[in-house]
Ligand binder design. Structure first.
Ligand code: HEC
Ligand code: HEC
Ligand code: HEC
Ligand code: HEC
Ligand code: HEC
Length: 233
């Protein structure tokens, strides 16, 4: 017996050690174990994605931008230096994502929008805000755009348009999925359907799989077209 065969036979012995008692437990035990295992696979596959499977996708941004402080209307988790609770500013999603109700893309705001507030607002010691001011060109340098990284991105062969979705969801509130902390009215109340509760995210993560099945299911349930050419170039 060469050494390779030896390791193979010891490893199969190890398997027998596991399998024999498993079979010995008898029908009920085995069914319960397989049932639990199967349920885990099924939920992982179809249900809410489980973060340990590496699904919740997020990316590091050049400046860490907290949606919590800006978009939430709820009390934030952290407190101020003197211990007072801090409330989110409750800014409307469409204040920054201006084209979402009118166009294909939602749009991410130019740094000039940030500096309308941050040329004066916020701690002078904050590194993030100092970087915002530098990008805005208000620290005596040339302005530079912030290269925000994309979190949600469809493959090139897929076509997605925001405008009709926002319109339809506003007209059919029963179709809205998930909730946005504190935000219930207007266009901002419908984003959660595909993006989850962004207002509660320190860092945006993709929480909905947004796979073809999810798009097609919703189209079928709501009388929207399901021809391949609607979503594919
Ligand atoms: C309407 C005003 C307003 C606008 C517009 C705005 N912010 Fe803010 N932002 C605030 C306020 C108020 C705070 C809380 C400041 C504090 O507590 O020190 C804040 C906090 C922050 C912080 C956290 C600072 C820290 O010390 O951790 C960052 C980073 C930030 N903003 C970035 C941005 C960026 C980037 C934009 C543009 C996309 C932007 N903000 C647009 C008002 C605004
Ligand atoms: C103060 C401006 C501001 C407000 C208000 C705001 N956002 Fe954003 N949002 C940004 C910026 C800047 C980015 C890019 C950086 C990042 O991903 O964190 C972004 C990124 C995103 C992304 C990820 C885009 C991608 O690349 O896939 C989503 C989704 C999003 N926002 C949804 C929302 C929703 C929903 C709301 C309202 C609950 C909201 N935003 C409110 C400024 C804002
Ligand atoms: C029906 C699902 C759906 C809804 C509802 C939806 N989005 Fe999106 N969003 C997507 C998809 C899919 C992408 C990726 C598009 C791509 O890669 O072409 C995306 C991308 C984005 C982006 C990054 C790229 C861009 O378009 O600028 C932002 C920001 C964004 N969404 C914000 C919002 C906001 C704010 C709302 C609510 C007003 C919203 N979305 C509602 C599905 C949705
Ligand atoms: C919440 C349900 C829902 C989800 C999820 C959804 N859609 Fe839609 N979509 C609709 C409805 C409803 C319409 C038709 C709206 C109308 O014009 O009345 C539509 C229309 C469209 C259109 C046609 C736009 C046009 O040119 O008029 C495209 C393209 C599209 N969806 C792509 C997608 C893709 C890609 C996804 C997945 C990433 C997706 N949709 C997810 C409900 C949904
Ligand atoms: C409502 C929108 C929608 C419709 C309708 C649709 N698709 Fe898709 N399709 C998508 C999205 C979104 C993706 C990318 C996400 C994914 O891979 O699931 C995709 C991905 C694909 C892929 C690539 C899968 C892979 O693993 O890379 C193929 C092939 C495909 N679609 C074929 C079709 C065909 C054929 C039809 C018509 C019978 C069709 N699609 C109709 C939204 C749609």
């Amino acid at each position: 017996m060469n050494s390779k065969e030896k390791t193979e036979s010891t490893s199969s012995k190890k398997w027998m050690k596991i399998l024999i008692p498993l079979v010995g437990i008898g029908g009920f035990g085995a069914v319960a174990i397989f049932g639990a295992f199967f349920a885990f696979i099924i939920t992982a596959w179809w249900g809410q994605p489980i973060p340990i499977l590496g699904f919740e996708q997020t990316v590091e941004q050049p400046i860490s931008f907290p949606h919590t402080i800006h978009a939430s209307t709820n009390q934030l988790e952290h407190v101020s230096e003197n211990g007072d609770p801090i409330m989110g500013l409750g800014m409307d999603c469409t204040f920054c994502h201006r084209t979402v109700t009118k166009q294909k893309n939602a749009g991410v705001p130019p740094v000039a929008l940030c500096t309308t507030c941050h040329s004066v607002i916020g701690s002078k010691d904050s590194i993030a805000l100092s970087n915002v001011r530098k990008a805005g060109g208000i620290e005596g340098n040339d302005p530079q755009p912030i290269n925000w990284k994309r979190v949600h991105r469809m493959p090139d062969h897929v076509r997605f348009v925001h405008e009709p979705h926002i319109r339809y969801l506003l007209e059919n509130p029963d179709t809205i999925k998930n909730t946005t902390s504190g935000v219930k009215e207007g266009a901002a109340g419908v984003c959660s359907t595909c993006h989850g509760d962004v207002a509660s995210m320190e860092q945006v993560a993709q929480v909905e799989a947004l796979k073809m099945g999810q798009c097609v299911d919703c189209h079928r349930d709501n009388g929207a077209p399901t021809d391949c050419a609607v979503c594919h170039h």
